[in-house]
Ligand binder design. Structure first.
Ligand code: NAP
Length: 260
């Protein structure tokens, strides 16, 4: 039996790719698309499935197994809560949720006995970049993260940068880097401070999603870089998460935790 999927944010850049991916997989069935409340609802979208502006209506009328959420930092928490309360498993790529919100959503999904996955980055190569960065930080604890994204991105730093920072923090003790007397001549010049190291966010047209983790040591540096050239790069990860979430109870944060 195929897995019934609703895509929220289906007219967005990521959402359109997710719709294509679901339609192309015979193991998945697209049952509804959901757009923002301000978008124009249509009885049927171009894919022949209902296009709704109310997620709740979509959940009630089409009874999906999985909600794929690729919306906005403002919408995602409410969408996830609604899905879990309706017994629908969220697979979430939308970034911008805080650690406290993720904990609350985990509690809710445990309470309701269903699975949920939040992946700040669905690109397999980005997962490897984070894994290698965590390993490198054990031996080269001086590190800075530079993440680069298109200029339509709403949150900074990116979810991937925060996740990478959390993994690095697990590998090294907190220590302040740079000169003890360093001074910012322009505010923000040294980037965001996280457990003693810095995260820099670049926003430019033409970029998709890129990150470099730079390590420094005596007489040497190490760069670990990942580039997503287009949004299709995230779709094998979304596909994997849809299939994995069916067998979970509680919230899993990070695609690496469901990769074999
Ligand atoms: P986007 O092009 O702006 O698309 C967002 C879509 O969500 C828009 O179509 C928007 O509709 C819709 N939307 C807003 N509120 C909604 C609601 N309440 N219910 C349903 N739909 C709603 O953004 P994007 O580039 O696709 O990115 C979407 C999210 O994915 C962002 O948080 C981004 O950071 C994240 N992302 C994650 C990954 C990953 O691998 N995890 C990779 C890339 C991006 P309107 O335009 O009508 O408001």
């Amino acid at each position: 039996m195929s897995i019934r999927v609703v895509v929220a944010g289906s007219r967005g850049r990521m959402g359109q790719e997710a719709v294509k991916m679901v339609l192309a997989d015979p193991e998945l069935e697209l049952v509804a698309e959901v757009g923002s409340p301000k978008s124009r609802g249509e009885e049927k979208g171009p894919n022949g499935v209902p296009f709704l502006t109310s997620l709740e209506e979509a959940l009630i009328t089409t009874k999906p197994d999985v909600l794929v959420d690729l919306t906005t930092p403002q919408a995602v928490k409410g969408n996830m809560e609604l899905a879990i309360l309706h017994g629908v498993r969220p697979v979430v790529g939308t970034t911008g949720l805080s650690a406290e919100e993720i904990q609350e959503l985990d509690n809710l999904s445990q309470e309701k006995g269903i699975g949920a996955i939040i992946a700040p980055n669905f690109a397999i190569g980005a997962i490897l970049m984070m894994k290698f960065a965590k390993e490198a930080a054990r031996y080269m604890p001086h590190v800075e993260i530079i993440e680069l994204h298109h200029d339509k991105k709403l949150d900074a730093p990116s979810g991937t940068a925060i996740k990478t920072a959390e993994l690095i923090q697990q590998s090294r003790a907190e220590m302040k880097q740079g000169h003890p007397d360093e001074e910012e001549i322009l505010d923000g010049a040294r980037g965001a401070y996280y457990h003693g190291f810095r995260i820099h966010s670049v926003r430019l047209p033409g970029l998709v999603a890129h990150q470099e983790v730079l390590f420094g040591h005596v007489g040497q540096t190490l760069s670990i870089r990942h580039d997503s050239m287009n949004r299709e790069s995230f779709m094998p990860g979304v596909n994997l998460a849809i299939k994995k979430v069916m067998g979970l109870t509680g919230l899993v944060y990070g695609l690496e935790n469901v990769m074999d």
